[in-house]
Write a protein that binds this ligand. Structure first.
Ligand code: BG6
Length: 462
């Protein structure tokens, strides 16, 4: 069969998820609490239909069957995260042997099915005790993270060679310290800057620790949600607004992680507004010496901006939005369930940017996907006919393919997500999976996109 879009040999086909979103079993086998368990206990109304993280998709008990389904639909790789609070309850001290058994079993089961595990260390899930110590605002918590990372490398790196320090580290900054959609619900830009800075330092320190292990073929990276900034027009005011949005939301993590230093213009802006974080001697050298080997790119939506219409209220809390307004482009294509624009070419623009400005670092699409509400509307003959998802993936893959043809160093595509999972405040509102999950019975059913993906991964294209 001749394929119009053939991907390079060994392309990674798979999906991604995170511990809190699928494992469930939050009180079992010695797991400690994380901020999600706690926030749900104290404010369950902040979660769609009051559904919390206790059970989610029950992967803790059903991982064997789930991994078999991954195999059935052609996955050759799968990204999961370790729950810090499960592995080291409280975040510090003794490793929980039952957690070690669980993660060993999952890793072994993946390998037995020829699926390479990509393991991420932190996906929004701070152990509660450490949050009480200040979370990422605290430099001691950074040290606790490095100890946890070393334990994970020691326990699992005989079988896991691809590691990631953080998933979307900017999200806890935005959600927890700027825009009130994650615990601890603080609105304070200078504390946000400290949290961001400490996660960057924690990542670099974990990279440094990883290299001491000398893992054969080992690679360590970070996963960033890159939202390319597009100005409304070429008017210099719009272009400047777009550049500043890019500094805040992309380059604040991309530059230190990949280039080993912060963009000077961002530092100047924060300095001018008295928002610079506290740093320590030696941090600069640490960053420059410990850039990542590989970059995971999560891409869902672009960020369209324009120059501000009005001056910011000088008495309001300092925000990135002091420098730009969001721009709603007429005719934009929307995923209305999530409120996110769909702009497939964004994936190509990101890859070209990485090629031109970031040394063409090895990368892959580590998340991309479409969450849709009430998917049972599309049930036909017992299967959800998610043609919209197939189209979504296909159109993104076309642009990714073009980028690769033009020399971009992209090695794979992981969908968010394998099976419907729990989301941070939307719970089970929007469904993203190849596999549908009935949250009452935990029954799994392949959607049409799963059948399509099986074919794509077997043919290595379409
Ligand atoms: C990414 C995260 O931001 O997008 C996932 O890494 C998340 O954890 C996914 O679930 C989809 O976003 P949401 O908010 O619709 O679940």
């Amino acid at each position: 069969m001749t394929l119009e879009y053939k991907f390079p040999e060994g392309f990674w086909w798979g999906s991604a998820t995170s511990a809190t979103q699928i494992e469930g079993a939050t009180n079992e086998d010695g797991k400690g609490k994380n901020i999600w368990d706690h926030w749900y206990e104290v404010e369950s109304n902040r979660f769609f239909e009051n559904v919390g993280p206790q059970i989610t998709s029950d992967f803790y008990h059903q991982y064997k069957e789930d991994i078999k389904l991954m195999k059935d639909i052609g996955h050759n790789s799968f990204r999961l995260s370790i729950s810090w609070a499960r592995l080291i309850p409280g975040g510090r001290g003794e490793v929980n042997p039952e957690a070690v058994t669980f993660y060993n079993n999952v890793i072994d089961e993946l390998l037995a099915n020829d699926i390479e595990p990509f393991v991420n260390l932190f996906h929004f899930d701070m152990p509660l005790e450490l949050q009480h110590e200040g979370g990422w605002e605290s430099r001691e918590v950074v040290e606790a993270f490095v100890t946890y990372a070393k334990e994970a490398f020691r326990l699992f790196s005989d079988r896991v060679s691809k590691w990631f320090t953080f998933n979307e580290p900017i999200v806890p900054v935005e959600g927890g310290y700027l825009y009130d959609f994650h615990y601890p619900n603080i609105v304070d830009a200078s504390r946000a800057a400290q949290v961001a800075y400490h996660t960057v330092i924690a990542s670099a320190k974990a990279v440094e620790a990883f290299r001491e292990f000398e893992i054969v073929n080992g690679k360590i990276g970070i996963i960033l949600n890159l939202t390319p900034s597009y100005p409304r027009s070429n008017n210099p005011a719009d272009v400047k607004a777009s550049r500043i949005a890019d500094l805040f939301f992309n380059r604040s993590f991309l530059d230190p992680a990949v280039l080993g230093e912060y963009p000077q213009e961002l530092v100047e802006i924060l300095k001018e507004h008295g928002q610079l974080p506290i740093t320590e001697d030696g941090d600069k050298d640490l960053l420059i010496a410990n850039t990542v080997d590989i970059l995971g790119v999560n891409y869902y939506q672009p960020r369209r901006v324009k120059a501000k219409e009005t001056l910011p209220n000088p008495y309001s809390p300092f925000m990135p939005e002091w420098f730009f307004d969001h721009y709603q482009m007429p005719g934009r294509k929307m995923n209305v369930y999530r409120g996110w624009e769909i702009y497939e070419k964004g994936i190509y623009d990101i890859m070209q940017n990485l090629k031109t400005n970031y040394g063409n670092i090895e990368s892959f699409v580590s998340e991309n996907g479409m969450g849709v509400q009430d998917e049972h509307r599309f049930l036909k003959d017992g299967q959800i006919q998610d043609d919209y998802r197939i189209e979504f993936i296909r159109e993104h893959l076309k642009w990714l393919h073009k980028a690769i043809e033009e020399g971009c160093n992209a090695k794979g595509y992981h969908l968010w997500t394998f099976m419907d999972n729990w989301s941070w405040s939307n719970a089970y509102k929007n469904r993203y999976g190849f596999v549908s999950v009935n949250i009452n019975t935990q029954e799994r059913t392949l959607k049409k996109s799963a059948d399509w993906m099986k074919e794509v991964s077997e043919l290595n294209g379409f």
